[in-house]
Write a new protein. Structure first.
Lengths: 464, 464
């Protein structure tokens, strides 16, 4: 574990303590919590953690840190997967957990205005009686600020979009402490550069979001979920492509390979399922609409020899099914208890997905590692959970090599090395390959907005 | 008409002539065509017009213009509405009309790669046998480059999105001549700053798009269109809000006021319609799905006293209906033959739309001007066509005042002064009011990417 405390940071901390009193902490357990996310990145302690209550305080914090050239690391709830919130150069971790208000729910406009510390399940809890829902659902119960910062997505994205489509407007504090608003609550606009989309996915390197306006959707009248089993992954992927061609508006369509299913059986022994490639699906619509989607999808599956169709139309059964999917990470780990997990995040055009997965499987085989696969197959996005024995350096190296080869594969197929987890520290090394000359332009933007390079320095983009 | 030819531009032209030969023109009729768009902006001649064939030539052009500090104005087909392509500081108009290739159509991935000079109807022509369609449909048959540059939308946006959602990736030539690629053909990505969305809507002020990857959708199995009549605009808007709350997936829902209907009757005397507020609608889906949508929508309309329901399920009838809607601009002008038209472009949260339109109507009344109204009501976006006698300065002033008041109204209701036309020259004066401190950040970005301010200078954003 590394740590850095230049004198400048100490001066910044003194001023921050004046501003925030006991909402600044240098207690060792607080520093430890803010030293790591859920990734395999080497942890690093911040010099202090601050807990602002509002945008004005965030502005005050950034003015102080700007003056002293002190690094600032925005922190949501610590569930990122590429070391985004690790203070690898020390500095101040800005924890937004006290900014948790749902400020408004606009039922006619299908939007809500929230503070960045609200988590996705907290927002949906607040929406329960409105007939509306917030759809983006990464594996973790992340904060909306963190989800916007990493341009997160999830199992519903195939129908309802990622954070890119679901953040309408932002309040952002810039590195110099200026508070700006980007976008409006109007459904569309051609009024200048799309600053909202620039901050979404910027991973705290350009400023701190202090308010988000997010898009909501109507809760569907009827929901039906299902699982079905295929002989091969190719057949499962081809079934999804055909279902898309037939315009079936799938709300969720998730792929799990035979190894992942084995892990799920170990993790949930009371819910045994065949250890073969599965699709987990969900359909939303009117009663008649869902019935039609289901029957269309069944005809697709017949074509590809799917079997063991199981429908879950009761809410309880459905929740159990999706909880099992959301727990895929832990279920995968059950294949090798006590191990660490390294997660990959390729996303390719769906036409290349089956081929990309086939090549990935060969790479896994020759790596001699255990790596179950789950995928948001409707988006062409899939994850490996590469299992690694803690402390086994040689194995970690092999796991990193495998992750690197799989990332290169995604690029060869015209895709991206990260569909939804983001760049952070872990994916920086692929950025040049993925973006070419455009990566330098990202550096130009970073430098223009954050000339002192205080905002989450060294993440996403490297500036001189 | 103003004109500027600094010596630098003459030197640039000499070098450009070496590069492009007779694909550089200074002929007066060519200059005239590139001096204006469809707006009321004062025309201004470029010093020369160039017709590049590919990205390498565009790169060569920008290197030369960069060296000489010569303004560059990207030109699609001249249908913009805010003076975007007017060379008000002279310089080189870069006409992309020779870059017209549909480079690939990826039927499994639902995307196409095109050059910027392809128009929306040309792309759909190329897609006809693929079962796919490109959905963004502004009034004019604009080029895709122009549509991306202004973040255009149209009648289908309520279901299929604007250019913001429908451009997946770009090839862009930066002001210094560097060619970059932004984004990939993957459905989503978290790999760094969203450069694609930064260039979409940047109106040629940051670079020139030379290739676009756009999203396609499956042509619906069944389409049904309709018109219906309301006693008041409020009732029409409330019907749309209720239909949205009921989750009816309307593909198009357009509002036309009584005055606009009068103009349409003058323009299409063989298609007479009641001169009262109308909704024009379209439903897409399976046969059963469309039937269900239609019956749900009829129940909504009953609630709001709609009458004169007319269904058009034959392709020919539908085309006639939507052609009439697309000709709204000319139909509006028929109310006062020989007049000029000044078009407004407010977009507000839909919950405020009825109130915003009611206030707009009062402003029209007290202005003593004729101004029919059409609206993409599902998006909260509406246009006035303010009719002005050519050469009547007092009346033009009144029209500008009315447009200004309506724009302010949009801001008071939390909306935007331009839902889909863009900023250009005409809307710059509202940018400070709409964006506040965020407008200065746009200037920072412009300066970082185009430090010599050669790209469409003076449009969208003003830099020092």
């Amino acid at each position: 574990m590394s740590n850095h405390t230049p004198t400048n940071n100490a001066e910044a901390i003194a001023e921050l303590r004046n501003l925030l009193g006991d909402r600044l902490s240098t207690g060792s357990s607080v520093l430890e919590i803010h030293s790591h996310d859920e990734a395999h990145t080497t942890p690093a302690l911040p010099d202090a953690v601050v807990f602002p209550d509002n945008a004005n305080e965030v502005s005050g914090i950034l003015k102080i840190c700007s003056k002293h050239g002190c690094p600032v690391i925005p922190y949501g709830i610590g569930t990122s997967l590429e070391g985004h919130i690790v203070p690898h150069r020390g500095g101040i971790s800005v924890d937004t957990s006290r900014m948790k208000k749902v400020l408004s729910v606009n039922e006619k406009d299908w939007d809500a205005v929230v503070e960045p510390g609200v988590t996705r399940t907290e927002l949906n809890e607040a929406l329960r009686t409105s007939g509306l829902m917030f759809t983006v659902d990464p594996g973790a119960d992340a904060t909306l600020g963190g989800m916007a910062a990493t341009r997160a997505s999830g199992t519903n994205t195939v129908r309802y979009g990622t954070m890119r489509e679901n953040v309408l407007a932002l309040e952002v504090v810039l590195p110099d402490g200026q508070i700006i608003e980007t976008g409006t609550r109007a459904a569309k606009s051609s009024a200048g550069y799309d600053l909202t989309r620039l901050f979404v996915g910027s991973e705290g390197t350009l400023g701190i979001m202090t308010k988000l306006t997010v898009r909501l959707f109507a809760q569907p009248e009827t929901v039906s979920a299902a699982t079905c089993v295929f002989d091969t992954i190719e057949q499962a992927v081809d079934a999804v492509i055909m279902a898309k061609q037939m315009n079936i508006p799938m709300a969720r369509i998730e792929l799990l390979d035979e190894l992942q299913m084995k892990g799920m059986n170990l993790y949930n022994p009371d819910m045994p399922m065949p250890e073969k490639p599965h699709l987990f699906l969900e359909f939303h619509g009117t009663e008649a609409g869902v019935a039609e989607q289901v029957s269309m999808f069944e005809s697709v599956c017949e074509e590809f020899n799917a079997s063991d169709f199981k429908w879950a139309s009761k809410t309880e059964e459905r929740n159990r099914l999706w909880q099992a999917r959301h727990n895929a990470y832990y279920a995968g780990k059950a294949l090798r208890p006590g191990c660490d997990g390294l997660v990959t995040d390729c996303c390719v055009p769906i036409s290349s997905l089956a081929q990309c997965i086939a090549k990935t499987k060969k790479l896994i085989e020759s790596s001699n590692l255990i790596a179950p696969l789950v995928g948001h197959v409707g988006d062409g996005n899939f994850h490996l959970l590469i299992l690694v024995e803690p402390g086994n350096k040689e194995e970690l190296q092999r796991a990193n090599d495998l992750a690197g080869s799989v990332s290169q594969l995604a690029l060869e197929f015209g895709g991206t090395v990260t569909g939804e987890h983001g760049v952070g520290l872990g994916k920086r090394k692929y950025m040049e390959d993925e973006h070419g000359a455009a990566y330098a332009l990202m550096g130009v933007l970073k430098k223009a907005i954050d000339p002192n390079n205080i905002m989450n320095p060294g993440k996403l983009v490297t500036v001189n």
